[in-house]
Design a protein around this ligand. Structure first.
Ligand SMILES: Cc1cc2nc3c(=O)[nH]c(=O)nc-3n(C[C@H](O)[C@H](O)[C@H](O)COP(=O)(O)OP(=O)(O)OC[C@H]3O[C@@H](n4cnc5c(N)ncnc54)[C@H](O)[C@@H]3O)c2cc1C
Length: 350
């Protein structure tokens, strides 16, 4: 409702991810679309959305007090910050995993910390504050400028309500092998910047994961920001995600690629693979093999063969180990078919 113009598609998009268990989606969608005209007619010149929504009986009057209540919680939180070791950012992983411990407990709520939020460019480097939300990253004009498909890639992450809460820092520290943001950042050869008070250090993201949910992060360290080099003019990037549903689902397997070419040869390459190992994986051997190679069908087949030796998928609800092996091979092929259709022959790959 805070968009400058209201469109039925925005209403549908905003409802995404809210699962209805009692009625039907058609009625809810109709109500959302109808409410646009009521809202448009009732708008005050000052566009005070909260007051408009209360006046039009969309929300109860006690919503007026919520902003102040949240500010008071944040203020109270500052005094307990030092004592509490649980860092809570968007809470989209934590409140699912450990809600009973956290809901009345104390935590270090960092999502309101402006110093940890935002996207900037310094020299040839892009910096993303750890508390920046996935939706902010998705709609960043700076990132869209360097990665034309950026908005689409991140539309595959959760739903709008989740993207509005979920942060990049949470995605990295949660260390899920199928995290989407971490998968993209691995292929951008990102650096994680950690801090504990005034002590700071940086580590390559690909060296951050030691084992399943085990990180090179000390107890009191928090992730301050993530950085990576702006892509070269001769670079190509792609992200692929396979899940049981195209949208609103976590990946079975995902993969990203960043590649730079000079005179037809690969000069720089980074490939990530999710869902095929206990950690978000950087495919080192596959990248080493592809360096200085010319891209053709045979080379890509060999690269896929090498990748199958550096993964260790397990069978679970998202598919058998063999199926995930097959998926990763297909995703690697998909990267090259999409990025270099003139250099690889899809018929011969299969
Ligand atoms: C319905 C639903 C759909 C989802 N869909 C997707 C999806 O499509 N793709 C995907 O990748 N994920 C998905 N997720 C998972 C989740 O949204 C992401 O992993 C998200 O990025 C976590 O961020 P957060 O800010 O909510 O983390 P939180 O839950 O706040 O924290 C997660 C962990 O990170 C730690 N942490 C957070 N920030 C920092 C920091 N700055 N420094 C140190 N530690 C920190 C916390 O202590 C905690 O251990 C989904 C989750 C839900 C509930």
């Amino acid at each position: 409702m805070s968009n400058s113009s209201l469109h039925p598609d925005d209403a549908t998009e905003s409802l995404g991810g809210n699962v209805c268990r009692c009625t039907g989606y058609a009625g809810i969608k109709r109500a959302a679309v109808d409410s646009i005209s009521v809202f448009e007619n009732g708008k005050s010149g000052e566009r005070n959305h909260l007051e408009n929504l209360i006046t039009l009986n969309f929300i109860p009057h006690y919503f007026r007090a919520i902003k102040k209540q949240l500010e008071e919680i944040s203020e109270g939180n500052k005094s307990i910050e030092k004592k509490s070791s649980v860092v809570i950012s968007g809470g989209t992983d934590l409140y699912v995993q450990r809600w009973e411990n956290l809901v009345r407990g104390k935590g270090n709520l960092i999502s309101q910390d402006k110093k940890l939020s935002g996207i900037s460019k310094t020299g040839k480097q892009i910096n993303i504050g750890s508390a920046t939300t996935i939706e902010e990253i998705k709609s960043s004009k700076l990132l869209q400028k360097y990665f034309p498909q950026w908005n689409y890639y991140l539309s595959l992450f959760g739903s709008l309500p989740i993207r509005n809460r979920a942060t990049v820092g949470g995605n990295i520290v949660n260390a899920s092998p199928i995290g989407d943001m971490v998968n993209i950042l691995l292929a951008l050869n990102s650096t994680v910047h950690l801090k504990d008070g005034k002590k700071k250090r940086s580590i390559l993201l690909k060296s951050f994961y030691k084992g399943y949910k085990s990180l090179d992060k000390r107890k009191n360290e928090i992730v301050e920001k993530i950085s990576f080099q702006i892509p070269s003019k001769h670079s190509f990037f792609n992200f692929e995600k396979i899940s049981k549903r195209t949208y609103l689902d976590i990946a079975s397997v995902n993969s990203s690629i960043y590649i730079e070419l000079k005179s037809g040869k690969v000069t720089t390459i980074h490939i990530s693979a999710g869902g095929v190992a206990p950690i978000p994986l950087y495919l080192s051997s596959t990248c080493n093999y592809l360096k200085n190679k010319t891209i053709d069908t045979e080379t890509i087949k060999n690269a896929a063969e090498i990748s199958s030796n550096e993964i260790l998928p397990i069978s679970d609800a998202r598919g058998s180990a063999d199926y995930k092996r097959l998926l990763l091979r297909q995703l690697l092929y998909a990267h090259f078919i999409k990025l270099f259709p003139q250099l690889v022959d899809p018929e011969k790959l299969l």
